[in-house]
Design a protein around this ligand. Sequence first.
Ligand code: ADP
Length: 247
Amino acid sequence: MAELLIEVKDLFKSYKNEEIETQVLKGVSFNIEKGEFVAVMGPSGSGKSTLMHILGLLDRATEGRYILEGRDVTKLTDDELASLRNEKIGFVFQAFNLLPRTSVLENVKLPLTYSSAARGRKGAARWMDERAKKVLESVGLGHRLDHFTNQISGGEKQRVAIARALVNEPSVIFADEPTGNLDSKSGLQVMEILQELNAAGNTIILVTHETFTAEYAKRILRIKDGEIVGDEKVIRRRMANDGGLLK
Ligand code: ADP
């Protein structure tokens, strides 16, 4: 039987601003197994990013249970959450969130400098360089290592972000509207990389409001007004290399 990665039960999240409380997640429950490629889909304002921030340990639920790899994360301190996040989770955001005026290689090395894998390792600096280079080569950016992130295209920026998300070998990669700022060809390239990563065994959770993008995943969780309203397998899955646009 496949191993469970994420178990979420009756998750609630509300925000309170100036005495006005907004209920954003209203009792969300689902499981995700290791190796899945799930799209969380729903209209703007439905709670997708809020859910992703909680699953990605960037925020906490107001109520409910969240078990990540068998561990109840609701009970962890902020420091424990931050270190678990760095080791277990990779993020890819719509706006790339790279450090400007910093090289591609340095951006990808950054998460390694905080990781226990590098700490105390003999020749850590060289190991980090080699590791970051290898991951950048795997997303087709071996020739861009020393470019600054403001000197490369949008598609390349998102591939740097994917390399940065991958460098610590996380248990799960969250991609929040990763093609939202890209032209269709670069978007397709990003989806192809995500599919390849999933085929290699990585668990991917994609947040999107577009059916077209969601259909690259294997399963779609639909969210509306803070509730899960659908959970289905993608029957006619879109494959990024189908159209041969990249070839
Ligand atoms: P989506 O990603 O599906 O567009 P979000 O999770 O970003 O939705 O937002 C869901 C709802 O929560 C929206 O109505 C939004 O205005 C509200 N919201 C998000 N963050 C906050 C916050 N920090 N304070 C108050 N309301 C928020």
